[in-house]
Design a binder for this molecule. Structure first.
Ligand code: GTP
Ligand code: MG
Length: 286
C-alpha cells in the first residue's frame, strides 16, 4: 500500500518553517508517542539545523507505558531532550517551560549581558498533522487560543500565541514530507491519524493494522473482538472476522468490510483495543 500525502499547502508550510526560524529561539517538535520515529519529519532536521530543539512525545496517554520509558531513554542516549506529554489532560506544564529555559540558558545569559532583560522567548511548534500542536499550545496557555480538532489539517496558517511568563509560541500547520522511507512509516502515520482517511483505501489500511496487531498485541486484539485465534492468513481475513463478530452484513449476506474498517481504525485511535505503541527502540536499532 503506497501512501503519499504532500499537497501544496504542506510545501508552503515547509517554507513557512524555514522563513520563521530566524525569529525563534527554539523549535519544539511534537512526535507521536505511539510512533516516535515514523512521526519525526526528516525535513525538520534539515531545515532547523543548529537551532535548539525540544522533542515532545505527545499523546503519551495513548501509548504503552513501557514503550514511553524506553523511548525517553532512546532519545536521552542520543543526546536529545524529550518529554512525555498529554496535551489533553496534563495539568502540570511548568516542567516544559523549565526545560525550555534550561535549554536556552546560554542565550538568556547573553541577552541579559546585552541589557535585554525579560525579552520574551519565542518558540516554534512543529510536527506532523494531527499530532497535537495546537492542543499543546492551548495546554501551555491554559486557554483555547489555537483551534484544534480530531482530524489532520485543522491549522491552516501560522499564529502567534502569547503565554503569561514571557513565552511566545508559534503554531504552524502540520507538515509531512514528499516520500516516506518505507511502507511501514506511511502506514504508522495513517494508523495514528496523521494522514487524511479520505485519500486512502480504509479497508486495506485497517487490514494492514490488524495484521500488525496480530503479532504486536494479539491478546488485546483477541479480547476486543472476541476472536478465538489471531492466526490468520492475512489482514483481510481478520477484518472479515471482526465484521462477522460485530454482525456487519450488507444486503446479499456479504460482510461489510468498509464498516468494520472504520470501526477498527476508530477503536485503535481511541485506545479501545489498548494502549499500543507501533514501534519500539529495539526495532529501530535493528
Ligand atoms: N489523547 C490525546 N489526544 C490528543 C493529545 N494531543 C492532541 N490530542 C487530540 O488530537 C487531535 C488533534 O489535535 P490538534 O491540536 O488539532 O493537532 P494539530 O497537530 O494542531 O493538528 P493540525 O493543525 O491539523 O496539524 C484533537 O482531537 C486533540 O484533542 C494528547 O496528548 N492526548
Ligand atoms: Mg493545529
Amino acid at each position: 500500500m503506497n501512501i503519499q500525502w504532500f499537497p501544496g499547502h504542506m510545501a508552503k508550510t515547509r517554507r513557512l518553517i524555514g522563513e520563521n526560524l530566524k525569529l525563534v529561539d527554539l523549535v519544539v517538535e511534537l512526535l507521536d508517542a505511539r510512533a516516535p520515529l515514523s512521526s519525526q519529519n526528516p525535513d525538520i532536521e534539515n531545515i532547523c539545523g543548529q537551532k535548539p530543539r525540544l522533542l515532545i512525545l505527545n499523546k503519551a496517554d495513548l501509548a504503552d507505558e513501557k514503550a514511553n520509558e524506553a523511548w525517553l531513554n532512546y532519545f536521552k542516549n542520543q543526546g536529545k531532550t524529550a518529554i512525555l506529554f498529554d496535551s489533553v489532560h496534563e495539568k502540570r506544564t511548568k516542567h516544559v517551560v523549565d526545560t525550555v529555559r534550561s535549554l536556552l540558558t546560554e542565550q538568556i545569559k547573553r541577552q541579559e549581558e546585552r541589557g535585554m532583560k525579560n525579552r520574551p522567548l519565542k518558540l516554534m511548534i512543529v510536527g506532523i498533522p494531527n499530532v497535537g500542536k495546537s492542543s499543546f499550545i492551548n495546554r501551555l496557555a491554559g486557554r483555547s487560543a489555537a483551534i484544534s480538532g480530531d482530524r489532520p489539517g485543522v491549522t491552516k496558517g501560522k499564529q502567534w500565541i502569547r503565554l503569561a511568563g514571557g513565552l511566545e509560541l508559534l503554531d504552524t500547520p502540520g507538515v509531512l514530507w514528499p516520500k516516506f522511507e518505507d511502507e511501514s512509516v506511511g502506514l504508522r502515520l495513517a494508523f495514528t491519524g496523521a494522514i487524511k482517511d479520505e485519500i486512502m483505501d480504509t479497508e486495506t489500511l485497517a487490514a494492514k493494522l490488524l495484521e500488525d496487531l496480530c503479532t504486536r498485541s494479539p491478546e488485546a486484539l483477541a479480547a476486543r473482538y472476541k476472536l478465538e485465534t489471531t492466526e490468520f492468513e492475512n489482514g483481510f481475513c481478520v477484518l472479515e472476522a471482526v465484521a462477522k463478530k460485530r454482525g456487519f452484513i450488507v444486503s446479499g449476506g456479504e460482510y461489510d468490510l468498509l464498516r468494520a474498517a472504520g470501526i477498527v481504525l476508530d477503536e485503535f485511535r481511541s485506545t479501545k483495543i489498548g494502549k499500543i505503541t507501533l514501534e519500539w527502540p529495539e526495532e529501530a536499532e535493528k
